[in-house]
Design a binder for this molecule. Structure first.
Ligand code: COA
Length: 701
């Protein structure tokens, strides 16, 4: 869909163009005029003859030619009528600034619904309501009541908060950062973040997409689109405010640990979106992405006139797990022959405190020419003789001669380096306020490059018995039973290739002892009740029962104790299982996010999951590579590999278990949550066992 009417209109009408300076409608006209918009601006206000020196029209119909864009700032109750009129005169795009819609309650919600319907019927697309407007610096279009137009540049910005956009405009102005366009999407009554992201994707002047989001309307479409965009343009997002939509008491460990923010984390990771934690870091990253090439590797070279700054950068390189470039002999010779004897020619290259611009330019050229260098950070502190601006120009010149390698700068100081920062920025070498910020930006760029070059995602499927699972789940849904009992949950797992411990149900103490005799000792006894999810909490689990006598006693005790702890529960008997001994306990789980779908979880298993919280999440379906990545992101992974000479476990079996869960929950969207905890894994060659399982189902929405 083309949104040209919004971003490249020839003519703009402002409906509700107040005569009074300081009122919203008036300021929009003033901004359009002050910004130097080249096309016609038509103020519309039945009470005014002129606004800001422009002829004013009583309504849209009175304008000779229909405007391409209408900016609407009349009171909420009058907005729908204006949109209807837009449709009548053939103005297809409208930005509705007016607030007082769904953000205010029921009456506002009704007004917004009416507005959406009116727009649909009239064939008018709208941005807003309750938004700040749209700014396109390259077209000198300031259709907003925000501040002045920022500089033109490569960053396209979409914001769900108008107020935040004003803060962004202000800080961009202070730091001279340029934008291709800025869009405030407000309440998203019609166009939403997906439409704007797509427009920015197709917008030639936009090389980097940045934004502020609070919530995403359609999670799955967002993921699909963002993943596609990230292959061509980086997306940098500030994400605030976890939504509570769909949040409810979770019966699984996975459910209780997967908040809505987890879903966003996972989605961003999958879609290659760079998550930013402040406007500052967002600008830090955006400038480098917009004006420098992407690094081909992680080998960083540092050029500095100050040892201390070099050490700060060195620490940051280590912290961010980047590497130090090892210069070639040729580079080392070149540096030693041309730099003063006291200079350090090894990385970080210290060109000494009295370095002038020529020394900077020489050293930067030398390291940028070295094929062992992927990226350069240039540092400066202002000594008495330091030529800050000249050195900035030298850095820009060297960067331009080596456009295939990114150069980032950090000139430390205040007043003395202010002009230099401007020169660097204008020359496309982003300046940072600390070596740490510069190095962190390199790391983010590198992660993005790695994401882009990952192999195409191929999900491999296992042969399974879907029919069996279908039957179990259908029965539960038909009978309105949410929790699938342990025995049937295990039947589901077995149908998907998991091995579960042998076991059987018993309803009397004698029967329990008989079953145990057949299973062989030791055995585990668990309470069997459709109403008890956390069996341990009510004294419903006994392990290590060694003979019939112990089984007998354990049965009697459980039948006495559990009803006291859980008086509402329907206790049917006990489940006896062979005891799985050797191996490490992990958890494989899934929680279905209402917006984004199944979130898989892996972590240290047992009862300590929620205490240790050493878990990682990923969206299903899972590729073999992603399953391995999920494991590697936890500390548990190191334990599984074996520590201090201890033999490691069968890592492939754990990864395979995750992929089997992934396949199960993808093929059965009725499964709301599940845990396999513990999943006991032993050394390679042994069989992994799903010892305990918990699963809840609901009708597919
Ligand atoms: N067509 C044309 N002009 C109209 C009109 C219509 N149908 N209805 C009213 N107007 C004119 C009025 O005559 C008035 O002009 P005047 O000031 O010269 O008399 C002007 O529009 C404004 O109307 P007014 O009733 O004075 O409203 P207002 O300026 O106090 O408030 C809004 C209007 C839209 C600014 C206000 O309702 C609002 O929503 N403010 C918040 C905006 C906001 O924060 N948005 C989100 C940002 S993130």
């Amino acid at each position: 869909m083309s949104l040209e009417g919004f971003f490249d209109p020839r003519t703009v009408a402002v409906v509700g163009a107040s005569r009074q300076k300081g009122k919203v409608g008036h300021e929009i006209v003033a901004n359009l005029v002050r910004g130097g918009f080249g096309g016609a601006v038509y103020p519309v206000n039945p009470k005014a003859d002129e606004v800001e020196g422009l002829r004013c029209y009583p309504d849209l119909k009175s304008i000779e030619t229909p405007p391409d864009l209408a900016v609407v700032s009349v009171p909420a109750k009058a907005v729908s009528a204006v949109i209807r009129e837009c449709g009548q005169v053939g103005c297809k795009s409208a930005i509705v600034i007016t607030a007082g819609f769904k953000e205010t309650g029921d009456e506002g919600r009704r007004l917004e619904e009416e507005l959406s319907q009116t727009a649909r019927r009239a064939g008018v697309r709208i941005i807003g309501p309750n938004c700040l407007g749209v700014l396109v610096p390259g077209k000198k279009l300031n259709a907003s009541f925000g501040g002045d137009l920022p500089e033109a540049g490569g960053i396209g910005y979409v914001s769900q908060s108008g107020a935040l956009l004003t803060a962004i405009l202000d800080s961009a102005k202070a730091s001279g950062i340029g934008f291709s366009m800025l869009v405030s999407i407000g309440n998203k009554a019609d166009l939403d973040e997906l439409d704007v992201l797509e427009a920015l994707y197709n917008h030639e002047d936009t090389s980097v997409i940045a934004g502020y989001l609070e919530s995403v309307t359609d999670g799955k479409s967002f993921l699909r689109l963002a993943e596609e965009i990230s292959h061509r343009k980086p997306i940098l997002l500030l994400k605030a405010g976890g939504t509570t939509a769909g949040a409810r008491a979770a019966s699984s460990h996975t459910g209780s640990m997967a908040g809505s923010e987890t879903a966003y984390e996972v989605v961003f990771q999958r879609a290659g979106i760079v998550r930013c934690d402040s406007i500052k870091t967002q600008f830090d990253y955006a400038q480098a992405f917009a004006y420098q090439s992407l690094p081909r590797g992680t080998r960083v070279a540092i050029v500095t006139n100050a040892g201390g700054a070099g050490i700060m950068a060195t620490d940051a390189v280590e912290r961010q797990e980047l590497r130090f470039a090892k210069f070639s002999d040729e580079t080392l010779t070149k540096l030693s022959e041309n730099l003063p004897a006291a200079a350090n020619v090894n990385n970080p290259v210290d060109i000494l405190g009295d370095a002038l611009a020529d020394r900077y330019e020489f050293a930067m050229d030398a390291v940028l020419s070295d094929e062992n260098v992927d990226v350069v950070v240039v540092l400066l502190t202002p000594q008495a003789m330091t030529d800050c601006s000249g050195s900035a120009r030298a850095a820009v010149a060297a960067s331009r001669r080596h456009e295939d390698k990114p150069v980032l700068a950090c000139f430390l100081g205040g007043e003395k380096v202010a002009e230099a920062a401007g020169i660097l920025r204008d020359g496309g070498v982003p300046p940072y306020d600390s070596p740490e910020s510069a190095v962190r930006t390199i790391k983010v760029m590198h992660d993005y490059v790695r994401w882009r070059s990952r192999p195409k995602r191929v999900v491999r499927l296992f042969p399974v018995n879907r029919h069996k699972v279908e039957k179990i789940i259908t029965r539960h849904i038909r009978e309105n039973i949410r929790e699938v009992g342990e025995a049937e949950a295990k039947a589901v797992l077995e149908a998907y290739g998991f091995v579960t411990p042998k076991g059987a149900i018993a309803t009397t103490a004698d029967q329990a002892a008989n079953v145990a005799d057949q299973l062989g000792y030791p055995v585990v006894m668990k309470i069997w009740s459709p109403d008890i999810v956390h069996k341990t909490d009510v004294g419903g689990v006994r392990i290590g029962l060694r003979n019939a006598r112990e089984v007998h006693d354990a049965f009697d005790l459980m039948m006495y104790r559990v009803p006291k702890q859980a008086p509402e529960a329907d206790v049917l008997g006990v489940l006896l299982q062979e005891q799985v001994s050797a191996g490490k306990e992990v958890i494989l789980g899934m929680h279905r996010d209402p917006n984004f779908g199944p979130l898989l979880m892996f972590g240290m298993g047992g009862t300590m999951v929620e205490v240790l919280r050493d878990v990682s999440f990923h969206l299903a379906p899972l590729t073999p590579e992603e399953a391995r990545e999920m494991l590697a992101r936890t500390r548990t992974y190191q334990l599984l590999q074996g520590v201090r000479g201890e033999e490691g476990v069968d890592i492939d079996a754990v990864a395979e278990g995750l992929r089997r869960v992934s396949q199960l929950v993808t093929e059965f969207p009725q499964i709301e949550e599940m845990d396999i905890n513990p999943y006991v894994v032993g050394p390679p060659g042994t069989t992994s066992v799903a010892v305990d399982a918990r699963m809840s189902v609901s009708e597919k929405k």
